[in-house]
Design a binder for this molecule. Structure first.
Ligand code: RFL
Ligand code: PHB
Length: 389
């Protein structure tokens, strides 16, 4: 088999890249390790930057989002018992969109099917070869048979645990990492959301976040200790903890109910460089992880896709390689800025186990400053809505 771009990983990055390229006549094959049902059941991101929304529209998968997504013009910051609003749209000129990652993945799969895109799922032992030559290829095993695709480029869209990044030689790959000493316990519940504007709450018992998916589907999180397990968290315990950590006026109107999903995610900041090696490009979580405070993960994946899509269409349609040559540099520069923002927001909002009284007062003062300063709110809004591409 031969294709122009072999895409490893059929998550949002891989599917979006393949969909965009196909619409410009560039051919790709997507290799995904898991089953489609598994990929579609993963509950993750919910908040999209304006640039991500526009890219989804350009890919032809914006219509359900535009009909059913919830436009979010502001966020609420909780500090112990009270909360204050930051008007993201007024400050940064654009709103956010609340639209779940599972819906995006569903629309992308449907669009790939409708256009006859090649997405091979349950591909085992996916292995890229000869990435530092002009004739790379990728092998995999499906139903016990080995297959091979020859290509011009390999896009590593296979997430943090994928194989692509590991193909870069150890003496070339540079990794930067911070692991935070806590995780987020998230639940999905078929209850009316307590707020239509995302709430980020700092509390002496730990951070909490209120988000939503639709009028009767809420997505809530609380900070938990590193190593904690969902078995320790009955629904009743979750609701008690969540109610305690959110501002009093919201706690009064909180509607609780059974959880339909419950999971714990560890928090880390991680950046790998370079994002290109030979004929391999790293895209999305394969190259970087941010803690979810600030909702940047999926949006960064989309901005990587944007740069690579521009680069590859210029290569194939205009015989112009400037974008291919500058992909790693451009994508990394934006990644570092979002990494800084997510680290700053995480550090201000969470309780750290070894925190001193001084550290605590610094967090409180930072929140106080944010509440009173238009300039501080503008800096947050500019980052939250998404830095320019
Ligand atoms: P993914 O989604 O991990 O997809 C990678 C795909 O590659 C496949 N794969 C392989 N395929 C073939 N061969 C191999 N060897 C392979 N190894 C792996 C995997 O099965 C998978 O299908 O990466 P991608 O596409 O780069 O997308 C990144 C996003 O999923 C991620 O950044 C976001 O979900 C992060 N995130 C959030 N981002 C936001 O922008 N806004 C949010 O509100 C937000 N909330 C979140 C989040 C992530 C969370 N968790 C659980 C990590 C909330 C949570 C709780
Ligand atoms: C979510 O809706 O899952 C969500 C929202 C905002 C975040 C992280 C996750 O910062």
């Amino acid at each position: 088999m031969r294709t122009q771009v072999c895409i490893i990983g059929g998550g949002p990055s891989g599917l979006l890249l393949s969909q965009l390229l196909h619409r410009k006549g560039v051919d790709s094959v997507v290799l995904e390790r898991k089953s489609r049902a598994y990929v579609l059941a993963r509950i993750r991101a919910g908040v999209l930057e304006n640039g991500t929304v526009e890219l989804l529209r350009e890919a032809g998968v914006g219509s359900r989002m535009d009909k059913l997504g919830i436009v979010d013009e502001g966020i609420v910051i909780g500090a112990e018992k009270h909360g204050f609003r930051i008007d993201i749209k007024a400050l940064a000129g654009k709103p956010m969109m609340v639209w779940g990652q599972t819906e995006i993945t569903q629309d992308l799969y449907d669009a790939r099917d409708a256009m006859g895109g090649v997405v091979i799922d349950e591909a085992e032992a996916v292995t890229p070869h000869d990435l530092d030559t002009d004739a790379p290829y990728v092998t995999w095993v499906k139903d016990g048979t080995e297959h091979r695709v020859d290509c011009d480029w390999v896009a590593g869209c296979d997430g943090f645990h994928g194989v692509s990044r590991q193909s870069i030689p150890k003496d070339v790959l540079k990794e930067y990492e911070r692991v935070y000493p806590f995780g987020w316990l998230g639940i999905l519940s078929e209850t009316p959301p307590v707020t239509h504007e995302i709430l980020y709450a700092s509390h002496s018992r730990g951070f909490a976040l209120a988000s939503l998916r639709n009028e009767n589907l809420s997505r809530y999180y609380v900070q938990v200790d590193q190593g904690d397990v969902v078995e320790n968290w009955s629904d009743a315990r979750f609701w008690d903890e969540f109610r305690t950590r959110i501002p009093a006026y919201m706690a009064e109107r909180l509607v609780t109910g059974p959880s339909i999903e419950k999971s714990i995610a560890p928090l880390r900041s991680y950046v790998a460089e370079p994002m290109r090696w030979g004929r391999l490009f790293l895209v999305g979580d394969a190259a970087h992880i941010v803690p979810p405070t600030g909702a940047k993960g999926l949006n960064l994946a989309a901005s990587d896709v944007h740069y690579l899509y521009d680069a590859l269409t210029a290569h194939y349609l205009d015989d112009e390689d400037g974008g291919v040559e500058t992909y790693a540099e451009k994508a990394s520069a934006r990644v570092w800025k979002a990494t800084r923002f997510s680290w700053w927001f995480t550090t201000m909002m969470h309780r750290f186990p070894e925190q001193s009284e001084f550290d605590r007062r610094m967090q409180e003062t930072e929140l106080d400053f944010l509440e009173g300063s238009q300039a501080a709110q503008l800096a947050l809004a500019e980052n939250y809505v998404g830095l320019p591409l």
